[in-house]
Design a protein around this ligand. Structure first.
Ligand code: GLN
Length: 229
């Protein structure tokens, strides 16, 4: 399992989202507060952000807390759309940078928090790694992001034990699903945060109910129940 976070709003530094908050992804990498599966997220991390239309990523197979180079550079990276994750690899999955979210098709940055039986996912030449999350990302990209809700419901029907929390951004929109794990939304004056768990104790964080699709367009946040819920 993993923890992930996305931002859509005014340009802010990556450090202000990922490293600085009192319970941000950095702290969640060793002390998550709401994680249901796994104790910590030490098997890698990834930060993706849009630089104009270009999706850029920095990923690693090592714990986020040990990366002094990223901590030095992150305050200088600014973006209006960020997708970041810390990873706890599921049993049997490879630990390598390419298995860490966010995955990309060049247009979207996408993270998966959960677990799915790889036997229900089609093989894809576009999968970045052989872990379940990379295969699932390739399937979601192949079906198209407009079909995200249907793809998640369909995979869940094929694997009833699957946990399928997806979080994705394309520079102007965020899309997320809840299927088996936690997700919260914070509406700030300068933008919207969608995250596996609140990064601070602000009382205005709102929990997303399970089995929902979240769509963020500008400051508009829409929640829709998923099929099969
Ligand atoms: N199943 C994922 C993996 O091993 C676990 C990490 C996550 O929640 N994305 O890649």
């Amino acid at each position: 399992m993993c923890r992930h976070l996305a931002w859509l709003g005014a340009p802010v530094s990556v450090a202000s989202l990922v490293l600085d908050p009192p319970s941000g992804l950095l702290v969640q990498s060793y002390a998550p507060r709401r994680q249901k599966h796994g104790l910590m997220n030490a098997d890698g991390w990834g930060v993706g952000f849009f630089d104009g239309a270009a999706a850029r990523r920095w990923r690693s197979a090592a714990p986020l807390w040990g990366d002094a180079s990223f901590a030095s550079v992150a305050p200088a990276l600014h973006s209006s759309c960020v997708v970041a994750a810390v990873r706890s690899a599921s049993v049997g999955m490879p630990i390598e940078a390419s298995a860490s979210a966010p995955f990309t098709d060049g247009t979207w940055l996408l993270s998966h928090n959960g677990l799915v039986d790889r036997a229900v996912l089609p093989a894809s030449p576009h999968a970045e790694s052989t872990n379940d999350s990379a295969l699932l990302a390739a399937l979601i990209f192949a079906r198209g992001m407009d079909a995200l809700g249907d793809t998640v419901s369909g995979v869940a029907a094929d694997d009833p034990n699957a946990r399928l929390n997806i979080l994705a951004g394309n520079g102007s929109r965020l899309l997320a699903t809840t299927w088996g794990d936690t997700l919260s939304v914070l509406r700030r004056a300068d933008g919207v945060v969608v995250a596996s768990e609140p990064y601070d104790d602000d009382p205005t964080w709102q929990e997303v109910p399970d089995r929902h699709l979240v769509e963020v367009d500008g400051t508009d946040v829409r929640l829709t129940p998923l099929k099969g819920s």
